[in-house]
Design a binder for this molecule. Structure first.
Ligand SMILES: *Cc1c(COP(=O)(O)O)cnc(C)c1O
Length: 232
């Protein structure tokens, strides 16, 4: 085994053991939590190693990068897009991303649905990204996402689009809030949405520094990069 492969393999084992502990503590099942390895900025050789180690859920933030990597790697990988969406990139994103986590407005959703229809895809999985920021006017805390007050309407509208399958909510913990409070808030928002729209029941939350808190608060999709692949 190459040095790099041993390194990634050990890091992955350590993350897996932390996931197992968090799942146990939360009284949940390991199979309820999908691990997405966030491969942005890492070279193809690292992605090949992740594939050899059995990972099949890969996350990317930029279309320019994800589109190239997806072409080079085996087709049984599920590609997740979780970066900020630029409208003019949606057409390309639609061709390679199996799941889009960062939909935060109806215009993008509607465009992605139309593009998916054109591609013959009838149920592109998407999450609505929610902003957990407490201060709307502080640009430094702005990491994208719809405001909780807009969610019910946006959910209802997106559920009517023909080629999208809206499966849940995604969020990134704001810098000025503890992950525990942030993900507790997300779980609460998710519960409200789920009570009106039962199929919108997944939660994409948790990164290298806060995935245990996310698992405790119901995350079904965790997105981990640096803890597996190292610092970018
Ligand atoms: C980069 C990124 C991740 C992974 O971050 P790490 O800290 O490397 O685990 C997860 N989600 C989003 C939205 C990201 O941009």
């Amino acid at each position: 085994m190459s040095a790099r492969k041993s390194e990634i393999s050990e890091a992955l084992a350590s993350v897996e053991s932390r996931i197992s502990k968090a799942v146990l503590k939360a009284g949940r099942l390991r199979s309820d939590v999908k691990l997405i390895v966030v491969t942005k900025t890492f070279p193809l050789t690292d992605l090949e190693i992740c594939y050899e180690l059995g990972l099949r859920e890969f996350g990317e933030n930029r279309d320019q990068e994800g589109s190239v990597k997806a072409l080079e790697l085996p087709s049984d990988i599920n590609w997740h897009f979780q970066g900020q969406i630029q409208s003019n990139k949606l057409k390309s994103i639609a061709t390679w991303a199996d799941v889009v986590h960062s939909i935060d407005n109806f215009a993008h959703a509607s465009k992605l649905s139309a593009l998916s229809t054109d591609l013959g895809v009838s149920s592109k999985e998407v999450f609505i990204q929610v902003s957990l920021d407490t201060n709307k006017s502080d640009p430094s805390s702005e990491r994208g996402g719809a405001w909780p007050s807009e969610l019910a309407t946006l959910t209802e509208q997106i559920l009517e689009l023909p080629s999208l399958d809206l499966i849940g909510l995604m969020a990134v913990a704001p810098l000025n809030l503890s992950p525990d409070l942030a993900f507790e808030k997300l779980f609460q928002i998710s519960s409200e949405i789920r009570s009106d729209f039962p199929t919108v029941n997944r939660i994409s939350a948790g990164m290298s520094n806060d995935f245990e808190a996310a698992i405790l608060h119901g995350a079904t999709h965790i997105r981990i990069g640096s803890q597996i692949l190292g610092l970018r």
